[in-house]
Write a protein that binds this ligand. Structure first.
Ligand SMILES: [Zn+2]
Ligand SMILES: [Zn+2]
Length: 136
């Protein structure tokens, strides 16, 4: 027994009363109107609505290498890659190579794991970012 079926019963019950009152019909024609307003849906068509899908986190291009390299990447890295359309946040090239993907913390705070602060970049690009930072 779930809540939605219970509240549907309430709506039907109220509508039934309203039909009776407003149309001054007898109970039988009100019942016909009610069936028009709420066509009977077999329970079997409803019961799977709340079942969660098992969508793979990997789709499209990412499958190409994620199957080989998935152990190298934690959840945050693959999420960042997905946000960036699987391109490097520094050079903009697709992450197709065998090169490791690094997560760069934009504000330099390695305890800040907010999505906005994370940038997936090539290992070599990551070196560039930090080299240019220290050069400044
Ligand atoms: Zn890069
Ligand atoms: Zn970094």
């Amino acid at each position: 027994m779930d809540g939605s079926r219970f509240s549907l019963y309430h709506i039907q019950h109220r509508t039934f009363k309203v039909f009776n009152k407003e149309t001054r019909n007898d109970r039988n024609s009100s019942k016909k109107l009610l069936n028009k307003a709420f066509p009977t849906i077999p329970y079997s068509e409803n019961k799977h609505v709340n079942v969660k899908g098992h969508k793979s986190p990997f789709d499209g291009d990412i499958t190409y290498w994620s199957e080989r390299n998935s152990k190298l990447y934690d959840g945050d890295t693959s999420k960042a890659l997905k946000r960036q359309n699987h391109t490097c946040g520094y050079c903009g090239l697709k992450m197709f190579s065998e090169e490791r993907v690094h997560l760069h913390h934009i504000d330099g705070n390695h305890n800040n794991w907010k999505a906005k602060n994370l940038l997936a970049v090539h290992e070599s690009c990551h070196d560039y970012i930090h080299m240019s930072k220290t050069a400044r």
